[in-house]
Structures are given as C-alpha cells and as structure tokens.
Design a protein around this ligand. Structure first.
Ligand code: AHG
Ligand code: MN
Ligand code: MN
Length: 346
C-alpha cells in the first residue's frame, strides 16, 4: 500500500462518519452526509489556501462584514464554497455564517431539511497573507421549527444542543477534527488520495498542560481578575503553573495546539473597546463548537463565569469572552475572576 500505510490502517472520514450513523440514530443519513460535505468543503478550501499566493485569492476583498472587519478574498471563497455545497441538498433548514449579517435561507427552488449549519468559513483570515495557519469552524444543530424555511430561532440554540461540531485546520498538514458526542477524532488529508484518513483517534487533552495563549497586547484592557489570572499562568502567583506562551492569532491553530499539547487559550473581555466588551470571539460559530470539542476531549470552556455550552444565544453574532482548554486552568480563570472582579453583572 503506497504512502507507507497498510490497508488495516486506513480509516477514511467517510467510514468513520458512517459508523456514527447508527450511534446517532441518523436513519435518514442526512447528518452524516452534512459531515461528508463539510469534509469536501475542507478539501476544496485547502486546495486553494495552499497556493493562495499563485491565485488571486490573497489580500482584501475591499468590503467590510457585519463584524466591522475587512473581508479577505479567501473569506469570500470559503464562505461561498460552504454555501454552494450545502444549499441544494435538502438536509438543511437554513445556515448562518460569520460573513453574513442574517440567517442564510435555503433558496426557494430547493427543499429544506431538519439540520442547521453555522460556520466561520475562514478563521484567522487576517493571517492569510502571511502564510500562517487558518481554519474553518462548523456547528450543526437540529432545527427547532417543524417545517419550511429555517428561522433565526433555529440558529439561536445553546451549545449543549449541538449534534456535531468541529473544525478544519489548514496548517503544515490539513486536518479535520470533529465530534458527534462520542469523543473527538482527527483526520489528516492525504493529498495524493484526496481523502481524510484517521490519524488522531479519541483525542484527549493531556493532563499536564504546556501552553497558555493570549494576546498580551490587550493587557491594558483586562479586568483585575484577568490580570491576576495571567500572573498565575506566568508563574507569578504563590500557587502557579509553569507554562510557555504561544499565540498564533488564529483561534483554530491556537486551540488545536493546546488540545493536543495541553494548555489554555484566553480571549478576555475588553474594558475599553465597547465592540469587544464581551470579548472578540463569536459564540455561535467559534466558541460553542470548540467548547463541545474541548469538553468531549476532557477539557472545559468558559466565558469566565459559566460554561460556554450553557449560554443561551440572543443574537447571531454575539461575542463572548473565552477561556478554553485544560479544565483545571479554565476553572482557575473562573476563580480569579469571581474573586477579584466581583459577582457577574446582571
Ligand atoms: P476571524 O478571522 O474568523 O475573524 O477570527 C479571528 C479571531 C481568531 O481567529 C483569533 O483568535 C483572534 O481573532 C485574534 O484576535 P487578535 O488579533 O485581536 O488577537
Ligand atoms: Mn474566526
Ligand atoms: Mn472568519
């Protein structure tokens, strides 16, 4: 068998997803087909990302999105790829994307289905032009409404209701990592075969963490509790840990490294910039799907006060502070914040 693998070692993502079907009671096969399609989106986006410098897909698209951020050409490519591969399948009631202000309706000419797909088509895209790892994040819910076109209410569900979630990371290799509630599994893209092959079964976050990840350039905007927590992470408190700081600036890449090596990623609330008063990261298509991955791998994710997965969303693009990774480290964040920042407002 070429590529140094023997047949016994080859578990494609298609085979792995199919094995979930019976566990999930997905008799229609729609959920597993959505996961196949997400994997195909990952392959298509990867094929473009790895040679973006040779195609006209680097740089800015010349428009601002609902987040008030500059849209990169690759954001648009990834966004339209995911939409075009999912709009006609009859599996989705609606979609929602970081790059679209409102719920994305399934075109009238196509049937609707019972699932909802939310996604960050390209995470870390501001790094695109510098050849830094980027990713795609996805979250899948069952619709709440019974039929017809999906609604905003179908999208505004807490992370505990997720039926599947994961990400594709376009790094030194392209990997897809997903969970359907039965553990976290990682697949590496074999480019010669065009297949994602199981390379990281049953990922568990290591007991002993190695890293903490935070943009220290925002230090002046942090609360007293967060500042004390950072000193704890840096070994400056009486009881501390001994960690290295690693910050890539692409959430998927920072999260993936900490998931495999052990660590905590932090994007705290910002006390100065009203746009980031609740942090920068978005609940529905960044924090919640990764929180499910973290918990399924034995870790935890919090907004500094409570589990990310328990938060009831109130708007499509709402932002949350995010502390995600080893349970002990995230629990410490909640301890320092409640001790030095007082009770949560409201
Ligand atoms: P996106 O490219 O989807 O807007 O996400 C960017 C996010 C996230 O990937 C990363 O952790 C964070 O922005 C970095 O923000 P700072 O540059 O403020 O540190
Ligand atoms: Mn993002
Ligand atoms: Mn994005």
């Amino acid at each position: 068998m070429s590529d140094g693998m023997n047949a016994a070692q080859i578990i494609t993502i298609e085979r792995h997803i199919l094995e979930q079907q019976y566990r999930l009671g997905d008799t229609s096969g729609h959920l597993i087909n959505i996961l196949y399609d997400v994997a195909l989106c990952g392959k298509i986006i990867a094929s473009n990302v790895i040679q973006a410098g040779l195609t006209d897909t680097l740089g800015r698209a010349g428009e601002e999105n609902v987040q008030g951020e500059q849209v990169m050409k690759m954001d648009k490519f990834a966004d339209s790829t995911i939409f075009r591969l999912n709009d006609h399948t009859g599996r989705l009631a609606c979609m929602a994307s970081e790059e679209n202000a409102d719920v994305i309706a399934i075109p009238d000419k196509y049937p609707t289905g019972k699932y909802v797909l939310l996604y960050d088509p390209l995470d870390g895209s501001s790094n695109m032009d510098y050849n830094v790892s980027v990713g795609t994040i996805f979250a899948i819910y069952q619709r709440k409404s019974t039929d017809g076109r999906g609604t905003l209410d179908d999208c505004l569900q807490p992370g505990r209701k997720l039926v599947a979630a994961g990400y594709v990371i376009y790094g030194s290799s392209t990997m897809m990592v997903y969970t359907t509630g039965f553990g976290v599994h990682g697949f590496t893209l074999n480019r010669r075969w065009g297949e994602f092959i199981l390379s990281h079964p049953n990922i568990r976050i290591p007991e002993k963490p190695q890293f903490y990840s935070v943009n220290t350039g925002n230090e002046r905007f942090w609360s007293p509790g967060v500042l004390r927590y950072m000193r704890y992470l840096q070994g400056g408190e009486e009881v501390s840990v001994n960690l290295s700081c690693r910050y890539i600036g692409s959430l998927v890449a920072d999260f993936h490294r900490n998931l495999l090596a052990g660590g905590v990623f932090c994007y705290p609330a910002d006390r100065k910039d009203p746009k980031k008063a609740h942090g920068k990261l978005r609940l529905l298509y960044e924090a919640a799907p990764l929180a499910l991955i973290a918990e399924q791998a034995g870790g935890y994710a919090s907004d500094g006060r409570k589990p990310i997965l328990d938060i009831q969303p109130t708007s499509l693009h709402q932002r949350v502070p995010l502390f995600i990774g080893n349970t002990d480290l995230v629990n410490q964040a909640e301890e320092y914040i409640s001790k030095f920042d007082g009770p949560a407002a409201g």
